[in-house]
Write a protein that binds this ligand. Sequence first.
Ligand SMILES: NC(=O)c1ccc[n+]([C@@H]2O[C@H](COP(=O)([O-])OP(=O)(O)OC[C@H]3O[C@@H](n4cnc5c(N)ncnc54)[C@H](OP(=O)(O)O)[C@@H]3O)[C@@H](O)[C@H]2O)c1
Length: 129
Amino acid sequence: MKTVLITGANKGIGFETARQLLEKGFFVFIGSRNIENGLQAVQKLNAEGFSNVEAVELDVTDPASVRTAREEIGNKVSVLDVLINNAGINGGSDPYTVLEATSDEYLNAFKTNLVGTAVNRQQKVDTIF
Ligand SMILES: NC(=O)c1ccc[n+]([C@@H]2O[C@H](COP(=O)([O-])OP(=O)(O)OC[C@H]3O[C@@H](n4cnc5c(N)ncnc54)[C@H](OP(=O)(O)O)[C@@H]3O)[C@@H](O)[C@H]2O)c1
Protein backbone atom coordinates (compact mmCIF):
# COMPACT_ATOMS: atom_id res chain seq x y z
CA MET A 1 0.00 0.00 0.00
CA LYS A 2 1.38 3.41 -0.98
CA THR A 3 1.72 5.98 1.78
CA VAL A 4 1.26 9.73 1.63
CA LEU A 5 1.65 12.65 4.03
CA ILE A 6 -0.36 15.75 3.23
CA THR A 7 0.51 18.86 5.23
CA GLY A 8 -2.42 21.05 6.26
CA ALA A 9 -4.88 18.29 5.42
CA ASN A 10 -7.40 18.91 8.19
CA LYS A 11 -9.49 21.02 5.81
CA GLY A 12 -9.71 22.56 2.35
CA ILE A 13 -7.79 21.21 -0.64
CA GLY A 14 -5.57 19.06 1.58
CA PHE A 15 -8.58 17.31 3.10
CA GLU A 16 -10.17 16.67 -0.30
CA THR A 17 -6.83 15.39 -1.61
CA ALA A 18 -6.74 12.99 1.33
CA ARG A 19 -10.21 11.72 0.50
CA GLN A 20 -9.35 11.17 -3.16
CA LEU A 21 -6.08 9.38 -2.38
CA LEU A 22 -7.92 7.16 0.12
CA GLU A 23 -10.33 6.28 -2.68
CA LYS A 24 -7.29 5.25 -4.72
CA GLY A 25 -6.05 2.96 -1.94
CA PHE A 26 -3.33 5.06 -0.28
CA PHE A 27 -2.59 5.06 3.44
CA VAL A 28 -2.91 8.75 4.31
CA PHE A 29 -1.21 10.73 7.08
CA ILE A 30 -3.25 13.88 7.73
CA GLY A 31 -0.79 16.62 8.74
CA SER A 32 -2.43 19.18 11.01
CA ARG A 33 -0.84 21.92 13.11
CA ASN A 34 -3.67 21.46 15.60
CA ILE A 35 -3.94 17.75 16.38
CA GLU A 36 -7.57 18.08 17.48
CA ASN A 37 -8.50 19.38 14.03
CA GLY A 38 -6.52 16.55 12.47
CA LEU A 39 -8.32 13.97 14.59
CA GLN A 40 -11.69 15.47 13.62
CA ALA A 41 -10.71 15.20 9.96
CA VAL A 42 -9.82 11.54 10.49
CA GLN A 43 -13.18 10.95 12.18
CA LYS A 44 -14.98 12.46 9.17
CA LEU A 45 -13.08 10.19 6.81
CA ASN A 46 -13.70 7.18 9.07
CA ALA A 47 -17.42 8.01 8.94
CA GLU A 48 -17.18 7.87 5.14
CA GLY A 49 -15.79 4.35 5.42
CA PHE A 50 -12.06 5.06 5.16
CA SER A 51 -9.86 3.36 7.76
CA ASN A 52 -6.32 3.75 6.36
CA VAL A 53 -5.88 7.26 7.69
CA GLU A 54 -4.15 8.81 10.70
CA ALA A 55 -3.58 12.34 12.00
CA VAL A 56 -0.07 13.66 12.65
CA GLU A 57 0.61 16.94 14.43
CA LEU A 58 2.75 19.04 12.10
CA ASP A 59 3.38 22.79 11.97
CA VAL A 60 5.56 23.53 8.95
CA THR A 61 6.94 26.71 10.55
CA ASP A 62 8.30 24.78 13.54
CA PRO A 63 11.31 22.53 12.77
CA ALA A 64 10.87 20.67 16.08
CA SER A 65 7.29 19.86 15.10
CA VAL A 66 8.40 18.64 11.67
CA ARG A 67 11.13 16.50 13.25
CA THR A 68 8.66 14.95 15.68
CA ALA A 69 6.20 14.22 12.87
CA ARG A 70 9.00 12.66 10.84
CA GLU A 71 9.90 10.40 13.76
CA GLU A 72 6.27 9.48 14.36
CA ILE A 73 5.75 8.52 10.72
CA GLY A 74 9.14 6.78 10.61
CA ASN A 75 8.07 4.57 13.51
CA LYS A 76 5.04 3.45 11.52
CA VAL A 77 6.31 3.07 7.96
CA SER A 78 9.75 2.47 6.46
CA VAL A 79 9.00 4.50 3.34
CA LEU A 80 6.76 7.44 2.68
CA ASP A 81 5.95 7.30 -1.02
CA VAL A 82 4.44 10.75 -1.45
CA LEU A 83 4.79 14.07 0.37
CA ILE A 84 2.31 16.78 -0.53
CA ASN A 85 3.41 20.18 0.75
CA ASN A 86 -0.10 21.61 0.77
CA ALA A 87 -0.07 23.70 3.97
CA GLY A 88 -0.20 27.38 3.21
CA ILE A 89 -1.73 30.69 4.12
CA ASN A 90 -2.64 33.77 2.16
CA GLY A 91 -0.97 35.85 4.86
CA GLY A 92 -3.65 38.42 5.41
CA SER A 93 -7.27 39.12 6.01
CA ASP A 94 -9.89 38.57 3.32
CA PRO A 95 -9.98 40.13 0.80
CA TYR A 96 -6.20 40.22 0.55
CA THR A 97 -4.31 42.37 -1.94
CA VAL A 98 -0.62 43.14 -2.35
CA LEU A 99 -1.41 46.85 -2.05
CA GLU A 100 -2.97 46.43 1.40
CA ALA A 101 -0.71 43.78 2.94
CA THR A 102 1.50 44.79 5.85
CA SER A 103 5.12 43.69 6.23
CA ASP A 104 4.05 41.28 8.98
CA GLU A 105 1.51 39.70 6.65
CA TYR A 106 4.13 39.29 3.92
CA LEU A 107 6.61 37.81 6.41
CA ASN A 108 4.03 35.42 7.82
CA ALA A 109 3.14 34.17 4.35
CA PHE A 110 6.81 33.66 3.43
CA LYS A 111 7.49 31.89 6.74
CA THR A 112 4.74 29.36 6.08
CA ASN A 113 4.66 29.02 2.30
CA LEU A 114 8.39 29.22 1.52
CA VAL A 115 10.61 28.79 4.58
CA GLY A 116 8.32 26.17 6.12
CA THR A 117 9.05 23.88 3.22
CA ALA A 118 12.56 24.92 2.14
CA VAL A 119 14.34 25.08 5.51
CA ASN A 120 12.83 21.87 6.77
CA ARG A 121 14.28 20.14 3.73
CA GLN A 122 17.72 21.70 4.41
CA GLN A 123 17.62 20.26 7.90
CA LYS A 124 16.94 16.90 6.32
CA VAL A 125 14.10 16.31 8.74
CA ASP A 126 12.20 14.77 5.86
CA THR A 127 14.83 12.30 4.71
CA ILE A 128 12.44 9.37 4.83
CA PHE A 129 10.39 11.18 2.26
N1 LIG B 1 -7.96 27.81 -2.49
C1 LIG B 1 -7.35 28.42 -3.52
O1 LIG B 1 -7.99 29.01 -4.40
C2 LIG B 1 -5.85 28.37 -3.65
C3 LIG B 1 -5.25 29.02 -4.73
C4 LIG B 1 -3.86 28.96 -4.87
C5 LIG B 1 -3.10 28.27 -3.95
N2 LIG B 1 -3.71 27.65 -2.91
C6 LIG B 1 -2.86 26.93 -1.97
O2 LIG B 1 -3.35 25.61 -1.78
C7 LIG B 1 -3.11 25.21 -0.43
C8 LIG B 1 -4.41 24.80 0.23
O3 LIG B 1 -5.33 25.88 0.12
P1 LIG B 1 -6.76 25.82 0.77
O4 LIG B 1 -7.65 26.70 -0.02
O5 LIG B 1 -7.15 24.41 0.99
O6 LIG B 1 -6.47 26.55 2.17
P2 LIG B 1 -7.15 26.34 3.60
O7 LIG B 1 -8.52 25.79 3.49
O8 LIG B 1 -6.94 27.63 4.32
O9 LIG B 1 -6.24 25.20 4.26
C9 LIG B 1 -4.89 25.46 4.53
C10 LIG B 1 -4.35 24.36 5.39
O10 LIG B 1 -2.99 24.67 5.70
C11 LIG B 1 -2.85 24.59 7.11
N3 LIG B 1 -1.75 25.40 7.61
C12 LIG B 1 -1.62 26.74 7.61
N4 LIG B 1 -0.47 27.10 8.19
C13 LIG B 1 0.13 25.94 8.58
C14 LIG B 1 1.32 25.65 9.24
N5 LIG B 1 2.16 26.61 9.67
N6 LIG B 1 1.64 24.35 9.46
C15 LIG B 1 0.83 23.36 9.05
N7 LIG B 1 -0.35 23.57 8.44
C16 LIG B 1 -0.68 24.86 8.21
C17 LIG B 1 -4.19 25.02 7.67
O11 LIG B 1 -4.29 24.63 9.03
P3 LIG B 1 -5.34 25.35 10.04
O12 LIG B 1 -6.66 24.68 9.81
O13 LIG B 1 -4.76 25.08 11.38
O14 LIG B 1 -5.37 26.79 9.69
C18 LIG B 1 -5.10 24.25 6.74
O15 LIG B 1 -5.16 22.90 7.11
C19 LIG B 1 -2.45 26.40 0.27
O16 LIG B 1 -1.05 26.24 0.25
C20 LIG B 1 -2.87 27.57 -0.59
O17 LIG B 1 -1.94 28.63 -0.52
C21 LIG B 1 -5.06 27.69 -2.75
